[in-house]
Ligand binder design. Sequence first.
Ligand SMILES: [Zn+2]
Length: 306
Amino acid sequence: MTEVIWNKIGVVLPTVLAAALQLFPSHEILREDFAPISQPIPHIMPVGGLITLPSLSGKAWFLNRTPFSRIEAFGKDYAVIGTTTPRHSAVYSVEAPSRPQWPLLQHPTQMISVHHLTIDKPGKDDGRDLRLPANVWKRVNEDHDDKKRLQSEKVRLAISEIQEDIVPSCFQKPVDNIVTSKYSSPRNLPNGRFYLHSGVDLRARTGTMIYAAADGVVQLAEHMIVPGRIVILNHGQGLMTRYLHLNEILVKEGQAVKAGQPVGRAGSTGRVQAAHLHWDVIWKKQYGDPLAFQRHWLKYCSLSRI
Ligand SMILES: [Zn+2]
C-alpha cells in the first residue's frame, strides 16, 4: 500500500514541481520590440534628444545594460538619452522589466523587454565645422594649465550634485534671440582636438541681460579661463543649466533664483571670438540639446499646472 502511494507521489510530484517552476521561472526571457507605454519609444532619435518613459514603480531602465538617467517629476518618469560624445550613429538597446500581469505569481525579472534605438550622429547640416582662431587659442593657453585643470574639475563636481528636494519648474530660453551655433555642431581646436558643441550659442551683444531658465539655486558663479564668467544653476533632480562667457555675474553662489530672474550680462569672456551666450542643459552629467529639452519639458510642465 505504502509502495503504491510512493509510486503515485513519484509521478505526481515532478508534475507539480514543473508547474510551480513555470509560475516562478528563474531565468530571464528576452522579448524584442515591446510597446509598454502609451507613447512608444522611437526607433531613431537625434543625439542629445529626450525620450519620455513610463513610471514602472521605480524599476530601473537600462541603456546597453547600464542604468540610465531618469527623473521623477510631474508624476512621470523621464529619461535623457544621448550626449555630445557619440561621433557615429549607433544602435542602443533599451531594456526594462515588463510590468507583471500577476504580481503575486510572476517573478519580477522574468521578462526583460528590449527595444532597439538608433541614436543619430550629429548631421553635417547641423552646423559648419568651427575652427577656433589662433589668437583666441593663444590667449586661453598662455599658461595656467594647472589652474584650468582645477577649474574644469570644479565644474565637473558642480554638475554632479543632485538635489532631490528641488522640483524642476518649466524651462525658458535665457535670452530670446536666434541660435548662432547648434547643439552638437563639430568644433576643431588648433591643437587638432575635435569635439562637439555641448550646448547652443544664442546671439547676445555684450551687456544683454541673461535670465535664469528655471527656478533653482546658484551652484557656481566664477570667472574661469576657458568658460569665462560662468554661472551654473541647480534646478534639482540632477538638472542644471550653464551660462558661459558672461561679461558680468549678477548672482552669488547659494542664492535661490526664480525663472526669468537676471543672472548676468552677456559678454565675450573665456575661449570665444565674439560676444554671445553659450547655454547648456545638463541632466545627471549628460549634456542634452537645450532646445529639444525645453520643447519636450514644456509639454509636461504646462500640463502639470492645469
Ligand atoms: Zn557655445
